[in-house]
Design a protein around this ligand. Structure first.
Ligand code: 13P
Ligand code: SF4
Length: 362
């Protein structure tokens, strides 16, 4: 696998966050007036230039006032925005300071020099940031942004599995609750799952909760995996049959897929990797027509940076990722809600499982 690289969106960079010492980051801030004016058009022109291939010009007057207001508010609050690759282009390119896959966001969360992190992604990602930054305020613009994988298993389920397979280490995908992470020996992401499994030096692990990611990992290692039947509700909808139909219509297309897809889908893929690995693959090769088998917004975000590639998007939306919107981000920064809190009874053990993964450096 290639090394994952994150890229900044060009809005306020982390090191560019300015904190005025006389301003209390928690003081009330008046709700800004949100109007499309020539000044806002000028202020957001450079951002629009980046996304003009994926956001129609008639839509920009609705996004731009929010983008300008959020970027100002971040400075007043000494906040940074971490956004997952599945966030919509106006968030990804408009207001995010750091973008990436789950592993990159977790790593970057440990390096952020700000008082507040606004996590534009789903709840388990915000929990991971909180675990790694217990002293910081972590906000999620909509705490109902869940994940079908995280919802598929509880800490009690993991305790039962450990009773059934005594002494077998537990590797858990970060797409899980803090409660489950607390019962875990080491976490993994789709970027490093094979390396994490092999790092334990054992011949058998309990691998939770993504059955399909586990099946994919099993094709890459001799370690035996005991699997759970959790699935991503977005990636499980793709089928090998639909990909074969695309290929029949155009045999020149290249297919790239996320390892949360079922095995018959991955069997059709020319490349399989995490969202960051897929982005690297698109940006570093000479590709003409690419069928991206993952969440819809990803292709839009990459398309904005790789206009020479023609993307075919079978397109399944993650309803949880789509709960995060510019108006909710603005509200989150204004009202400092919703703050992520982790039960102290589980926080230390959950943190240890994430830190073990980060310490592997992969
Ligand atoms: P990545 O870590 O590859 O970004 O995946 C996270 C996710 O939720 C994919 O559905
Ligand atoms: Fe969870 Fe799937 Fe949405 Fe990713 S795409 S957050 S795995 S439901």
């Amino acid at each position: 696998m290639t090394a994952a690289t994150s890229f900044h969106t060009g809005s306020t960079s982390v090191s560019g966050v300015i904190r005025s010492p006389e301003t209390d980051i928690k003081s009330p801030i008046a709700r800004p007036v949100l109007e499309w004016t020539p000044e806002i058009e000028r202020e957001t022109a450079a951002i629009y230039a980046r996304v003009k291939h994926v956001i129609p010009s008639v839509e920009w007057p609705f996004h731009a006032p929010y983008i300008a207001a959020i970027n100002r508010l971040k400075k007043e609050r000494n906040a940074v925005i971490l956004a997952h690759n599945y966030q919509t282009p106006e968030i990804f390119h408009g207001v995010a300071d750091i973008v990436g896959d789950s592993l990159q966001l977790a790593r970057k969360a440990t390096e952020v020099d700000a008082d507040i992190i606004v996590q534009c992604g789903v709840h388990f990602m915000a929990e991971t940031s909180k675990l790694l930054n217990p002293e910081k305020m972590i906000l999620i613009p909509d705490s109902k942004a869940g994940c079908s994988l995280a919802a598929s298993i509880t800490g009690a389920d993991v305790r039962l599995l450990k009773q059934r397979y005594p002494g077998v280490p537990v590797v858990t995908y970060v797409n899980s609750s803090a409660d489950v992470k607390a019962e875990t020996d080491i976490c993994c992401t789709s970027s490093n799952a094979v390396q994490v499994v092999e790092s334990l030096g054992v011949d058998r692990v309990i691998f939770l909760p993504d059955e399909y990611l586990g099946k994919y990992v099993a094709t890459k290692t001799k370690v035996k995996l005991i699997l759970w039947k959790g699935h991503c509700e977005v990636h499980e909808r793709f089928t090998g049959e639909e990909l074969r139909a695309y290929r029949e219509a155009d045999p020149t297309i290249e297919i790239i897929a996320h390892p949360e897809c079922p095995p018959d889908v991955l069997a059709e893929a020319d490349f399989t990797g995490s969202t960051a690995h897929m982005i690297d693959w698109v940006k570093t090769g000479a590709h003409k027509r690419v069928l991206m088998v993952t969440e819809c917004s990803m292709a839009s975000n990459v398309a904005a940076e790789a206009p020479h590639v023609d993307f075919i998007r079978p397109c399944n939306l993650c309803p949880h990722m789509k709960r995060i919107t510019l108006p909710k981000i603005l509200d989150s920064l204004l009202t400092l809600s919703e703050e992520v809190v982790i039960d102290p009874a589980i926080a230390d053990r959950a943190r240890a499982s994430v830190e073990r993964m980060i310490a592997l450096g992969r």
